[in-house]
Design a protein around this ligand. Structure first.
Ligand code: HEM
Length: 174
């Protein structure tokens, strides 16, 4: 059984991701972080942001190249599937380091940020299925349904990543 076998495996992974994020939020309230560890975690947080969000932006750039006919669908899908590792590694680094940044879970904005992180995780899980369905389509033009699915996935991804960046930046100022 593989992650992108179908909607059931994606849904099971989404439930696991949700449980994992709740566990991380719980852990963050039960650990003691000294200032040196906080500073180190902030560095890891920013480095993971560069890795994960950077790779997301490259994937979306390939989507734009394909839309403007500067590369084939095959090339765009191949490049995107190779970006999964840095995207997931960056997201994992953001979550693990975020736990050590003493998030204030009583703040509504922090809860919105965590909801955005969950949404972008689930969106990323279903994006793997989309990538697979597009690859199975062959050289013929994509159906309107697959095009709308792709556009929706890219939009949700951008909104969630930028939203988490803006809230993270805002929280660090207060
Ligand atoms: C996609 C995921 C995430 C993104 C894009 C993101 C982005 C950011 C950014 C841009 C900052 C500002 C850093 C600065 O200006 O110095 C930040 C700070 C912060 N993040 Fe995240 N973050 C993510 C996930 C998380 C998670 C999952 C947690 C908690 C479990 C978290 C907790 C925090 C905290 C507490 C700060 C404030 C740190 C401080 O000022 O000391 N972040 N984040």
């Amino acid at each position: 059984m593989r992650l992108h076998d179908g909607w059931w495996t994606v849904a099971a992974a989404a439930v696991a991701a949700c449980a994992g994020l709740v566990a991380c939020a719980w852990i963050s309230t039960h650990i003691d972080v000294d200032p040196a560890l906080h500073t180190a975690a902030l560095f890891v947080h920013l480095a993971s942001l560069v890795l994960g969000f950077g790779a997301v932006l490259v994937a979306d750039y390939y989507g734009l190249l394909w839309m403007t006919r500067r590369c084939t669908l095959h090339e765009a899908l191949g490049a995107t599937s190779r970006l999964h590792l840095p995207i997931w590694a960056g997201l994992g680094g953001l979550i693990v380091s975020g736990v050590m940044l003493e998030p204030k879970l009583s703040s509504a904005l922090t809860c919105v940020k965590l909801a955005l992180v969950l949404l972008l995780t689930v969106n990323g899980l279903q994006a793997g299925l989309l990538n697979q369905r597009m690859a199975q389509h062959g050289p013929t033009a994509l159906t309107p349904r697959l095009l709308a699915w792709g556009a929706g996935t890219a939009l949700v991804s951008q909104i969630c990543w930028w939203g988490a960046v803006v809230i993270g930046f805002h929280n660090s100022q207060h």
